[in-house]
Design a protein around this ligand. Structure first.
Ligand code: NAD
Ligand code: MG
Length: 373
């Protein structure tokens, strides 16, 4: 029996993780649950899974939560990302945004296995997470592309290149001139995946692929990472080996597959999955980085190193929040990120505090600049 904590349990990945636990009561037990602010949903899930440790980040909701769950250990603020995992073996980190870094570092410090959906933590704090991993804990990817690469690498000692696939999001075939008029409602509708708002906007701007390129750089310790547009989202990514052979991992686009693999690794466990009906047509296109420059910015951030990726991530989080509040346009998002990287002097980030300081400063500067518009 594996003891599992799910951080971000009310979100898209969190709920899909709980679906897997629900269908495998003999394998998994939930010992920790937390979310940002949705008390009612959190209470329902805590009761359903008889969860002992429950956390809410929003401290204003703490008293309500405590009164509704008198027999649980109830946490608030940062403790909802840290102490709530203490009884778990595996921690699914499914919160959105760089705040996930607190959870990742704490879980690794405690020697836990982290099943990581939250990509922003690795983008902003990849070098610090990598250092922490040398001291203990394990890190398994949940993001479908990285799970695909991880699956392709089983039994392999070496590889030459990672090729991530990208659906292209909802606007890949939209004329460039129409992109500035894209509304938040249009941007959060993804053709193949049902996801939270932030990652849906990231997918629409292709910043999601940028973040994933940086994520892959830290997970697989390589800078040899390319990507192709694959609108069907059936091939989840590929790995090329030194003899030119390429392995690809494919399957129906359903996040429960990579989530389950991170929980059941090294097994491919049973599941009622949707089979692919073969044959099917799969298309692969070269990316258009004039129209969607975000992945190019991410590749430059890898080359620059230091604070570049943390600045890129903070600026993107601020710009996406502003876009969802209709303060900036769709095409402003990536422009704001590019401007932020140029404006910020290059420096090294040596500690987690350096990463949080950079993130908060860059985020606030952008947010305050555009908030009043
Ligand atoms: P979501 O918006 O649906 O859910 C986010 C969850 O995080 C919610 O439960 C929310 O309450 C919680 N949360 C937010 N701030 C918190 C805080 N400070 N403390 C505790 N909990 C907090 O997001 P999502 O789509 O599930 O994505 C979660 C993460 O997984 C993101 O980093 C995203 O990039 C990544 N991811 C998502 C998908 C997907 O298909 N949804 C795929 C790959 C990777
Ligand atoms: Mg992905």
């Amino acid at each position: 029996m594996k003891n599992i904590a799910v951080l971000g349990c009310t979100g898209s990945i969190g709920r899909q993780t709980l679906d897997i636990v629900r269908s495998n009561p003999d394998k998994y037990r939930i010992t920790g649950l937390s979310c940002g602010s949705r008390v009612t949903e959190l209470v329902g899930l805590s009761r359903e899974f008889s969860c002992k440790n429950v956390g809410i980040y929003d401290s204003e909701k703490y008293a309500d939560l405590k009164s509704l769950l008198p027999n649980a250990n109830v946490f608030q603020g940062d403790d909802a990302l840290t102490s709530v995992i203490d009884d778990a073996d595996t921690v699914v980190i499914a919160v959105v945004g760089m705040i996930g870094l607190k959870a990742v570092l704490y879980a690794l410090e405690k020697g836990k296995t982290v099943a990581l959906a939250n990509k922003e933590s690795l983008v902003a704090g990849g070098s610090i997470v990598t250092e922490q991993l040398k001291r203990g804990g394990k890190l398994y990817p949940v993001d479908s592309e990285h799970s695909a690469v991880w699956q392709c690498l089983q039994g392999e000692n070496d590889f030459s290149r990672i090729i991530l696939t990208a659906s292209g999001g909802p606007f890949y075939f939209t004329p460039q001139s129409q992109l500035c008029g894209v509304t938040p409602e249009q941007a959060v509708k993804h053709p193949n995946w049902s996801m939270g708002k932030k990652i849906s906007v990231d997918s629409a701007t292709m910043m999601n692929k940028g973040l994933e390129i940086i994520e892959a750089r830290w997970l697989f310790n390589t800078t040899n990472i390319d990507y192709v547009i694959h609108p069907e989202s059936i091939v989840h990514s590929m790995v090329e080996f030194r003899d030119g052979s390429i392995k690809a991992q494919a399957g129906f686009p359903d996040m429960r597959l990579p989530i389950q693999y991170a929980l059941s690794y090294p097994e491919h466990a049973d599941r009622n999955f949707t089979p692919l009906s073969l044959p099917l047509e799969l298309r692969f296109f070269p990316p258009d980085e004039n129209k969607f420059p975000a992945p190019k910015l991410a590749k430059q951030a890898i080359i620059s190193g230091g604070n570049s990726a943390a600045v890129l991530n903070a600026a993107n989080e601020a710009a996406v929040a502003l876009f969802l509040q209709r303060k900036v346009s769709f095409t402003d998002i990536v422009q704001i990120v590019e401007d932020a990287i140029s404006a910020e002097p290059h420096c090294e980030l040596k500690t987690a505090d350096d990463v949080f300081e950079t993130h908060n400063r860059v985020y606030e500067k952008i947010y305050l600049k555009y908030r009043g518009q």
